[in-house]
Structures are given as structure tokens and as C-alpha cells.
Design a protein around this ligand. Structure first.
Ligand SMILES: NC(=O)c1ccc[n+]([C@@H]2O[C@H](COP(=O)([O-])OP(=O)(O)OC[C@H]3O[C@@H](n4cnc5c(N)ncnc54)[C@H](OP(=O)(O)O)[C@@H]3O)[C@@H](O)[C@H]2O)c1
Length: 322
């Protein structure tokens, strides 16, 4: 089968489109023919050596996708050939076939197409956790969202609006303003220099926002602190772009609450995976949540998808089609 591997840690040049042996369904696993694989910023982090050091190279990249069940392994009773399934954390998803633990799969409703479902597994589950658990957004709350036209950003904006909150978005270029506003951002600030805080304070009459969602690395950290209200909440979530460095807890201003939200802590049981995914699927089915697919690439062009995402030109979800 065809798959995209990384041969060593590095830039997009370490990614190769190769032939690999077709897997079989291991016990407790399901063999899936992949219809669409999601591209996530974390895949760039893996390629750069920030994770998966324990998996030997060459290794197949990607964690997310949607496909059709071909065969089920011993002990799997709740899935069968032909079922459409989606998953969010199955290393090796940039491929034509994958053997995935049955507990990592959710069934996709008929009304939701493959590409839409593949687009919300990582970014949608992350966004729903951020707005409902990490900081339960209340009607009237104002949130600042960085990279507001990106995959997480567009879904998070809509979920906050569904909960009655307001959104101020921050993006890197003018052409992303309309996209962020279409998702529901009331104001969109264009900035790449970390100078957005004054504008956020102006837009909130000097008070600051209730919550900031910042996955944009060290450049935005200081401004995000400044943009928060007294006792506001800082959701930090962008490990790939780098951290703010060591923090002195007594230097944190305004009695804020700050945390690093990692995926494994928000979706840590099969039950949570099912409940949260069903909520996302319901929102999509009733039209409350629109999924924006900013680019589809043949699987062979995975390196181009990574390069595009890193160059800050993409919006919404990027998908690879085997
Ligand atoms: N902790 C978690 O559970 C979790 C889960 C999913 C994703 N994430 C994180 O969420 C963030 C967004 O991920 P995503 O998959 O949804 O990607 P994405 O937002 O679709 O794309 C990345 C966005 O980040 C910005 N960006 C790209 N390169 C950048 C750079 N060199 N410096 C600063 N900003 C840059 C761009 O926005 P602008 O150009 O408009 O700034 C771009 O739209 C990433 O940091 C990812 O690691 C975390």
C-alpha cells in the first residue's frame, strides 16, 4: 500500500511517499481503508522530532482520519465490514490502510460525509473541550482566539458562539479576516508581532477578555496575558510553535488561571471520545457547526500540505486523500 513516512527528523524533505506492507487486523483492532486523513499541526511537530521518538524511523505520519471497515480482528464485536468510522489518535494515518484499535473508533452517521467527519476529530474535539471543560464559556463572555482562521480557530469560534460568547480573533493576514468573521468572530485583529493587546483592551472597554486561547507560540504569550481581564483564564495549547519559557508563578498578573491543555487529558477514555464526537456530529447535522475544508491534497502531496500549513497561508482543515 502507499503511505507517507518520515525517514528522519527534519523539514518536509524527510517525508517520502512509499510502498509499505498492507497491515492485517490485529486482535482488538479493525482494518480500515482510509478515505481521508487529517493534517494537524502536531504532525509537523512529530516530523520535527518533538514526539514519537520511541517509534523507529521510517514511520508513517498522521493520526486522524475516516474510512471504511474491511475486516475486524479477534474480539471486536461492535463493528463490521462496511461500517464508516472515524478516529483521532492512531499513529500511521497518512496511508491507504490502517489497523486501528476498535476502542479508538467512532461510527460516522450517514448524513455526514467522509471529509467533514475527518475534519473535526482532532480540531473539533479540541475546540469543544476548550469551550466546555477547560473554560466553560458563559453567555456574554468574550474570548480572544489566536489563529482564528485556522483549523482549531474556526471551530472554536463557532462553539463559543453556540454557548452565547463573543469572539475577538487574531490572524496573521488581511485575507483571513472575512473567514474568521464568517465563523462568528465579532472583531478580527491582524498581527504577527505580539502587539494585539491594546486593541483587545480597547474593544473590551479596558476590561480585557474572560478567556484567551493561545496556540501560537512564544510571540503571542505576553500580549495574551495583557489582554486578559482580572481572574481571566489562559488556555495555552501550542507546543509545536514553542513555549513561553520557565514561568515564575508570582510574575503572573491579575490572579489569572493558566493551563497547558493537552489532547490526552481532554479525550482520555473511549466513552469521552464517543460522547464528544456525537455532540460534534449533532451540531454538524443540525447546521449549527460549519466545517471549513481549506485544502485537499493527494496523499502523495503530504509534504506540500505541511509546507503550506507552516507558511501560514492555509485556513480551515487540510486533508490528504489516499
Ligand atoms: N493541545 C491540544 O490538544 C491541541 C490539539 C490540536 C491542535 N493544537 C495546537 O493548535 C494549534 C493549531 O493547530 P491546527 O492543527 O488547528 O492548525 P491550524 O490552526 O489550522 O494552522 C496553524 C495556524 O497557526 C498559525 N501559524 C502557522 N505557522 C505559524 C508560525 N510559524 N508562527 C505563528 N503562527 C503560525 C497560523 O495562523 P495565523 O497565521 O493566522 O497566525 C495557522 O493558521 C497548533 O499550535 C497545534 O499544535 C493543540
Amino acid at each position: 500500500m502507499k503511505a507517507v513516512v518520515m525517514n528522519k527528523v527534519g523539514g518536509t524533505d524527510v517525508m517520502e511517499f512509499v510502498d509499505r506492507p498492507e497491515p492485517a487486523a490485529a486482535p482488538g483492532h479493525v482494518l480500515v481503508e482510509i478515505a481521508a486523513a487529517g493534517v494537524n499541526f502536531m504532525d509537523i511537530g512529530v516530523r520535527q522530532g518533538m514526539a514519537w521518538g520511541e517509534i523507529p524511523n521510517p514511520k508513517v505520519l498522521g493520526v486522524e482520519g475516516v474510512g471504511r471497515v474491511l475486516t475486524v480482528g479477534e474480539g471486536v464485536n461492535d463493528l463490521g465490514a462496511g461500517d464508516r468510522v472515524a478516529w483521532v489518535y492512531a499513529p500511521g494515518s497518512y496511508a491507504k490502510y490502517h489497523s486501528i484499535p476498535a476502542t479508538s473508533l467512532v461510527k460516522v452517521p450517514d448524513a455526514i460525509d467522509d471529509r467533514t467527519a475527518a475534519s473535526v476529530m482532532m480540531q473539533g474535539l479540541t475546540a469543544s473541550h476548550f469551550a466546555t471543560d477547560f473554560y466553560p464559556v458563559q453567555p456574554g463572555d468574550t474570548a480572544l482566539i489566536h489563529a482564528a482562521a485556522g483549523g482549531v480557530g474556526l471551530l472554536l469560534t463557532q462553539i463559543i458562539r453556540l454557548r452565547g460568547g463573543r469572539v475577538i480573533g487574531r490572524v496573521s493576514s488581511d485575507d483571513k479576516i472575512a473567514i474568521a468573521k464568517e465563523a462568528g468572530a465579532e472583531h478580527v485583529i491582524v498581527d504577527t508581532q505580539g502587539r494585539f493587546a491594546d486593541e483587545v483592551l480597547r474593544l473590551t472597554d479596558g476590561r480585557g477578555v474572560d478567556v484567551v486561547y493561545d496556540g501560537s507560540g512564544p510571540a503571542t504569550f505576553k500580549g495574551s496575558l495583557e489582554a486578559l481581564r482580572r481572574s481571566g483564564t489562559f488556555c495555552w495549547y501550542g507546543p509545536v510553535l514553542g513555549g513561553p519559557g520557565p514561568l515564575d508563578i508570582m510574575s503572573l498578573p491579575k490572579s489569572i488561571k493558566i493551563g497547558y491543555a493537552t489532547f490526552f487529558d481532554h479525550i482520555h477514555t473511549p466513552e469521552l471520545l464517543r460522547v464528544r464526537t456525537h455532540q460534534l456530529f449533532r451540531w454538524i447535522e443540525d447546521g449549527s457547526l460549519k466545517v471549513s475544508i481549506g485544502g485537499t491534497y493527494p496523499l502523495a502531496d503530504a509534504a506540500r500540505a505541511h509546507a503550506d500549513m507552516e507558511s501560514r497561508v492555509t485556513t480551515g482543515k487540510l486533508l490528504l486523500i489516499p
